[in-house]
Design a protein around this ligand. Structure first.
Ligand SMILES: [Zn+2]
Ligand SMILES: [Zn+2]
Length: 234
């Protein structure tokens, strides 16, 4: 089913081909034959096109192959079903990080199990936590990530220390930029903080871009523009 107005990812026009070709869905990476795609080559399969936010995050991260969390997050952040701001980011952050880590270590089973666990936990982190509880859900997402991969429980020792420490570090970085809330800025800050934490505290090195550029500024009425470290003017 082609999108009615432009590409879901980049908004480029949709082109129709005389003969169907094999294409890979940008979300689930499954290949199927299709007679449409955007002029920049993006294709979204019918199943992903119909999914809700949490299903799309679980499906995409489970089938991802990159160990760079920013690359895995990119199409998800652009997906129309994932709003500019919304509690779906609370699951997106740990899901993307778990996927990157277990793509890095090539542990597909563990990846799937941990993403499902993160989804159940992130569901408890409701919208508006940042302002109402003083706990940004993206920062909590990094705590969920470390808790799930380390197998922490309230009775753990080292795992407990790591899970709380990553939330603390991420939350402080997010807090220092001030409000109003921006789920895109805070997702970028959370992913960057978690990658740095993994390297420093757990000696696992995942790739990330040297420069993080946000493409959502023009779409967000609340964007703090030049005050945001990722603002690009677009
Ligand atoms: Zn496109
Ligand atoms: Zn798909």
């Amino acid at each position: 089913m082609p999108p009615s107005s432009g590409c879901l990812i980049c908004r480029a026009p949709i082109e129709y081909l005389a003969e169907p070709e094999e294409m890979e869905c940008i979300f689930c990476r499954e290949k199927s034959r299709s007679s449409y795609r955007c002029t920049k080559g993006h294709y979204v399969c019918d199943r992903c096109y119909r999914m809700g936010a949490e299903d799309l995050i679980e499906y995409t991260t489970t089938r991802s192959t990159s160990d760079n969390p920013f690359i895995i997050a990119e199409p998800l952040l652009e997906a129309p079903v994932i709003r500019l701001h919304g509690p779906e980011h609370h699951f997106l952050v740990p899901a993307v990080l778990i996927a990157a880590l277990y793509n890095h270590t090539r542990q597909q089973d563990r990846k799937e199990r941990c993403i499902r666990a993160a989804r159940r936990r992130a569901d408890l982190v409701k919208g508006g936590f940042c302002g109402m509880m003083g706990d940004c859900g993206a920062a909590l997402g990094t705590g969920i990530f470390v808790s799930v991969i380390a197998g922490a429980t309230p009775m753990s020792q080292e795992e407990w220390r790591l899970s709380n420490l990553v939330t603390g570090r991420t939350l402080e970085e997010i807090a220092l930029y001030g409000g109003p809330r921006c789920c895109k800025r805070n997702t970028f800050l959370a992913l960057r903080s978690a990658v740095r934490f993994l390297e420093k505290e757990m000696h696992i090195r995942l790739p990330m871009p040297e420069t993080i550029r946000c493409r959502f500024g023009a779409r967000s009425q609340d964007c703090v523009r030049e005050k945001c470290p990722f603002y690009t003017g677009s």
